[in-house]
Design a protein around this ligand. Sequence first.
Ligand SMILES: *Cc1c(COP(=O)(O)O)cnc(C)c1O
Length: 389
Amino acid sequence: MTPELPPFLPFALPEIGQEEIDEVVDTLRSGWITTGNKARRFEQMFAEYVGAGVEAIAVNSATAGLHLALEAVGIGAGDEVIVPTHTFTATAEVVRYLGADVVLVDVDPRTLNVTAEAVAAAITPRTRAIMPVHYAGLGAPMDELLALARDRGLKVVEDAAHALPATCSGRLIGTLASDATVFSFYANKTMTTGEGGMVVTRRPELAERMRVMRLHGMNRDAFDRFVSRTPAWYYEIVAPGFKYNLTDIAAALGIHQLVRLPGFLARRQHLAVRYHAHLAALPLILPADAPPNEIHAWHLYVIRLRDDARLTRDEVIQGLSDRGIGASVHYVPLHRHPYWRDRYRLRPEMFPHSDAAYRSMLSIPLFTAMSDSDQDRVIDALRELLGPC
Ligand SMILES: *Cc1c(COP(=O)(O)O)cnc(C)c1O
């Protein structure tokens, strides 16, 4: 008999409970499955959760939310938007949707977050906006970035896909002085609706524009305020909008995932602390912690191999895979992808920190439904692969 292999441990898995399932079933039975009361309820709950008087606009992906936010702040052809190279392509692609150009910048070698110095050096007369990414769930240096944006008259749209919840200078991301902040509810994020996202803003005119553009450019809500006895079938199109609304089926998941978010965070923090403690003796650069009293969302646990490690990154990922453990890489930096590389004639030497991090990094399993003994398997495997012989 062959010995039974332990089940494969993926690098991420969603945690869906009975409340989420019951709420989805309730939606399916209700006769209203697209955007309706549950999406509205989810928006209200989310705005209350973030606080500070934000408005929340539910969308069918964070990518959609980033697009809406840039459109609402007025980004268009001929403009430049500064984006860290060390991110997912969604952060940058939305800039191109609007005909504007992406200016990629390198990141801090310790945090892998964008720096105010790199952004300042990339500003040209065409620069209109900055899109900080809170990499892995660690807050970007927002005080400096917001001060720079204020001085130079730039818009700020935060890609907070990793950062629910996380803080900067003691304030929850979503409540800072940026124009809009976008969260993701993709399957592997810190809470999920399958696919989905949320934009939050404290600027009512941006919220109104995003609501109109989220659904085909229909101004029905605004129109209703001016004309009372409007027939239910009548609407007006005021712009060529998008189809970015979140369904009630997805919102049904979000309503309960949001309630569980504090518990999810506690579990992620517990796992991160255990990884720190048990991996400290290996030839690894462990991920940067948040400063004291700040919250790191711990969406990802990204380790980097030191130069004295005896295996390469690819060998470590293979070694984990051989032991039934999933891993990933966040990210192949944008400057290495053919589209971005060729369009902007980019070379790895232009982004030394991001590129070196990419070559040595892997993301190891970190998700709320993994047990301490699941985590011990990862720790033991890394010790076997990298520890003293
Ligand atoms: C996941 C992710 C996105 C896109 O989120 P979707 O909801 O899948 O559109 C954008 N930026 C970053 C950094 C991400 O990790």
